[in-house]
Design a protein around this ligand. Structure first.
Ligand code: NAD
Length: 357
């Protein structure tokens, strides 16, 4: 029976890379029935909402989605569609692998790590108070009253909640992921010395959970301050295996790790919850190259391969990944971000050719 999957093309280069990914995934052997839903500017135009209920219901119905990037208009008061989607569907774990690929020249070789990012709490929770708003003034009064904190009158405020429950599930997810994928070590990144009650709690919860022998098995565990982790990633990224990070650090370091292995055009990702899973590239809608047919579709295609594996189609998933490696290693068909001059669809067609089916 075909797998029903919601496909959300998204904005900017989204529709281009979504078309390319469908071409490859349809050729990979697994049967997929695509159900198209909209999010982003097309949805705003057609359904008057950046994230229509029909799209959320569509994902709830199929349980699995492949999503292109969606533009977040800056400074307009719109909340990020991506953050809303992750919170609405409780997609609490972002999984973002970064692996050295044959034929892609990079500063460091031999990288094979996975960023596991908490996706629903931290500064991305969306608890914000605008400069000058009456609520902000009330918050300032409250903070002064509660503990003598003085916040400047012209300040905007974003709140950083991190909970034990929210952390426990991502820590357990990270160790389970490590064991299921034969990974040797989980490294937790934090800044507990400064943010004692948010990052401190994240770290403390990770320590406690890591002591559960059934969860941890023989997986290694280490903790490292986020600034030091950034330096070590720049110098010797091969030292790391699974990086377990709160939301903001996970967002930043997954782009850094994408850069270490060849850029955003190659970086795939998944957002996973207990009930639903949404697969999407790490990159955004790339307005600077949208509509030109030159976006690299590989990040979206590899996100699709992660989705196939999640659906139990391991053979097709491995075949797609191997075909991507073949095309990258050959090096004759590449988009401009990797130094080539091929189009998005040239790359997709070359990958289909390399599938050899
Ligand atoms: P971006 O990832 O869109 O682009 C950063 C740079 O990388 C640009 O130069 C772009 O051309 C390049 N790039 C990105 N993907 C590429 C690809 N597949 N092939 C070749 N080059 C690629 O980041 P940004 O410019 O900061 O964000 C643009 C918009 O996307 C913003 O509105 C942002 O909020 C949104 N965004 C969405 C998501 C998502 O939907 N998951 C993620 C990140 C950013």
């Amino acid at each position: 029976m075909a797998h029903r999957v919601t496909i959300i093309p998204g904005d900017g280069i989204g529709p281009e890379v979504a078309t390319a990914a469908r071409l490859v995934l349809d050729a990979a052997g697994a049967e997929i029935e695509w159900v198209e839903r909209q999010a982003g500017s097309v949805a705003l135009e057609q359904e008057r909402s950046l994230l229509p209920d029909a799209t959320l219901d569509g994902i709830r119905d199929t349980r699995v989605a492949l999503k292109g990037p969606v533009t977040t208009p800056v400074g307009t008061g719109f909340r990020s569609v991506n953050v809303a989607l992750r919170q609405e569907l409780d997609l609490f774990a972002a999984v973002r692998p970064a692996r050295t690929t044959p034929g892609v020249p990079t500063r460091h070789g031999g990288i094979d790590l996975v960023v596991i990012r908490e996706n629903t709490e931290d500064l991305y929770k969306g608890i914000e108070f605008a400069r000058g708003a009456p609520e902000t003034s009330a918050l300032r009064d409250e903070l002064r009253e509660l503990a003598g904190f003085e916040v400047r009158e012209d300040a905007g405020v974003t709140v950083k909640p991190i909970s034990v429950d929210g952390t426990r599930r991502i820590v357990r997810f990270a160790f389970e992921y490590a064991r299921a994928n034969a990974r040797g070590k989980v490294t937790v990144g934090h800044k507990a010395s400064i943010m004692r009650y948010s990052d401190g709690l994240f770290l403390q919860t990770a320590r406690i959970e890591s002591e559960d022998p059934l969860l941890r098995g023989d997986t290694g565990f280490e903790e490292i301050q986020i600034d030091h982790l950034s330096m070590r990633l720049a110098r010797h990224p091969q030292d790391f295996d699974v990086l377990l990070l709160p939301n903001l650090y996970g967002d930043i370091l997954s782009d850094l790790c994408a850069g270490l292995v060849g850029g955003l055009g190659l970086a795939a990702g998944a957002n996973i919850g207990w009930e639903y899973a949404v697969f999407e590239p790490v990159h955004g809608s790339a307005p600077d190259i949208a509509g030109k047919g030159v976006a690299n579709p590989i990040a979206m295609i590899l996100s699709g391969a992660m989705m196939l594996r999640h659906l139990g189609e391991k053979g097709s998933a491995s075949a797609v990944e191997a075909a991507v490696d073949t095309v990258l290693e050959r090096g004759d068909v590449r988009t401009p971000d990797l130094g080539g001059s091929s189009s998005t669809m040239d790359v997709a067609e070359a990958i289909v050719g390399a599938l050899g089916r």
